[in-house]
Design a protein around this ligand. Structure first.
Ligand code: PLP
Length: 351
């Protein structure tokens, strides 16, 4: 600790993202990126916007992007917020609604949540997943100041039924409930249809996964206008221009190219089914996934061994070294069918 550091800073344990190796591995399946590039229309939109207008600040409110998202999801523009990746959007939400409150989230979930809690001095309680790694919202019916969980959950990939979320919202109308839908487009039902009914629901989504724009950093939140107004207040007290001109143009083009989106997400879902079957044939236990990754453990070989062996073959997957309950699991990002065939072939050699 440096003598100029504030106590809060010295006590922080920052989030550790999955490795981004300088020398490209043969197969990078560790950070849930999309194996297909963004839509060609997205690339065109970026190219069109590489011009002298870049000397100007971007639209601080990303009005066109919000309008596009609002139309796409049949919501009002005032129900949409956009930011620099859903990580930033989540940070604003934590700051806007949870400071001084007790937040509940699963014990095994996206590891950025406790980091934001520490940063913003938010108290939190971890609610254990069930034995089968499912989130049981019945366990959240206790005194609290807010709830957040991903659907599907990360890193398990397990999707939750929309009826469970709706029931929970009926029982918990006085605190904010955030559903983090970073991976929702890979076969999980979205809670967006509940926004009109519940004034305490916030849904966040990401352009990093199904829209293949992790490198541009675009995320969004949807809620009733008064909640969006609060998130915007935080944003405008921090950074007026979170989305640059290229990101705004690209995100609009990504939403508009529905065919490409449908085609690529279907390919990923099909490749996931293929890999799940291959893994099961090799004696892996694969948790049900509604995401672009699977969470799996082998009947005999330890996850660390598999992770290291794959790495020595140039294949990078995610291994959560620190966590007891999941230390025997690896998380594998779904790539193309050919990539999944390569992975399966190498796994057969290893085990
Ligand atoms: C559950 C979950 N939420 C949010 C994010 C953040 O996504 P991004 O900031 O790239 O939009 C991630 C990233 O991996 C995630 O796993």
């Amino acid at each position: 600790m440096n003598r100029f550091w504030h106590e809060t800073i010295s006590e922080l344990t920052p989030y550790t993202p999955g490795e981004q190796p300088i020398n490209r591995p043969q197969l990078k399946l560790n950070t849930n990126e999309n194996p297909f590039g963004p839509s060609p229309k997205v690339i065109d939109a970026i190219k069109e916007n590489i011009n002298a207008e870049l000397r100007l600040y971007p639209d601080p409110e990303s009005e066109d992007l919000k309008k596009t998202l609002a139309q796409y999801y049949h919501l009002s523009k005032q129900s949409v917020f956009v930011g620099n990746g859903s990580d930033e959007v989540l940070a604003f939400i934590f700051q806007a609604f949870f400071q001084g409150k007790k937040l509940l989230f699963p014990d095994i979930t996206y590891s950025f949540y406790p980091v934001y809690c520490k940063l913003f001095s938010i108290d939190y309680k971890l609610i254990p997943l069930e034995e089968n790694f499912e989130i049981n919202l019945e366990k959240y019916n206790l005194e609290h100041g807010g709830v957040i969980f991903p659907n599907p959950n990360a890193p398990t990939g397990i999707p939750m039924n929309l009826n469970c979320i709706s029931d929970f919202l009926h029982k918990n109308q006085n605190t904010i409930v955030v559903v983090d839908e970073a991976y929702v487009d890979f076969g999980t039902d979205s809670a967006l249809c509940l926004i009109e009914e519940f004034d305490n629901l916030i849904v966040t989504q990401s352009f990093s996964k199904s829209r293949s724009l992790a490198g541009l950093r675009v995320g969004c939140a949807f809620a009733q206008p008064e909640l969006i107004e609060a998130i915007s207040r935080v944003k405008n007290s921090f950074n007026s221009y979170p989305l640059d001109r290229l990101a705004q143009a690209a995100a609009i083009a990504a939403i508009q190219d529905e065919n490409y989106f449908k085609k690529t997400t279907k390919k990923i879902i099909d490749a996931r089914s293929f890999l799940e079957q291959e893994l099961r044939n090799m004696n892996f236990n694969v948790l049900p996934s509604g995401a672009n990754f699977v969470f799996t453990c082998h009947a005999t070989w330890h996850a660390k061994h598999i992770f290291e062996q794959l790495r020595s073959h140039g294949i990078l997957v995610r291994y959560f070294i620190k966590s007891n309950r999941i230390e025997n699991f690896i998380r594998i990002t779904i790539g193309t069918k050919i990539q999944m065939q390569t992975l399966a072939k190498v796994l057969k050699q290893i085990i």
